[in-house]
Design a protein around this ligand. Sequence first.
Ligand code: FPP
Length: 238
Amino acid sequence: MHQSDKEEMREETPLKHLAIIMDGNGRWAQERGLKRTKGHEKGADVIRDITTYCANHPTIETVTFYAFSTENWKRPKLEVEFLMKLLDTYLKKELPVYQKHHVRFLAIGDMTRFSKPLQKRIKETEARTKENHSLTQVLALNYGGRAEIVGVVNDIVKEGKSVLTEKDISRALQTPYSDIDLLIRTSGEERISNFLLWQISYAEFYFTPTLWPDFNTQELDSIITHYTQRTRRFGGLQ
Ligand code: FPP
């Protein structure tokens, strides 16, 4: 569905930016006596299913996934290397899927620590999908919410502005639609973990015990139904 058609439906169902903290890959694998990396592999398949669902959803314009946090470097070297390789394979395999479902791919975070070939893959995938308009899939990679805010404030100050407004910061943030409507975290953890701190100001939160590799479109569908039944008052009384 084209983004302009989605615009018309926004009045009734305001869910346009969905954000997901994917958690529980390691536990999913351990429960099955598998290596943690198997959980990540299955997790990547779930990202594909959820993205396709969002591309065909009438109001969702952006889905942002927390794929690698600045804290994830602390994991064993082999696991970090595996995640980097998986990301590369995922993007390579994903290109035809992005094109088929008209999904634009965008990465946020500090990617300078990634290998040059991986950085190239990310840039190329962004470039080749930039005309796609049914959904923007954002992957947060080596991302930290505080670092993102400090980065944009410094950029604006460098431009010569000394007194900033909320609008200045919102406008400068990398995400295309900075306000998040619904944030989901899987695996029973109830933390934000430095994800999109600015953008979650008015978000509804949903925490599910499901481990990320077991998460699916049916569960997402029922979470969205639950979300649309909640009254969003934005601090007012209506
Ligand atoms: C948390 O599970 C998950 C992550 C490290 C981030 C999500 C990563 C993937 C879904 C892998 C594939 C990603 C891409 C973009 C190809 P965990 O390992 O923290 O689980 P645990 O808390 O059970 O140990």
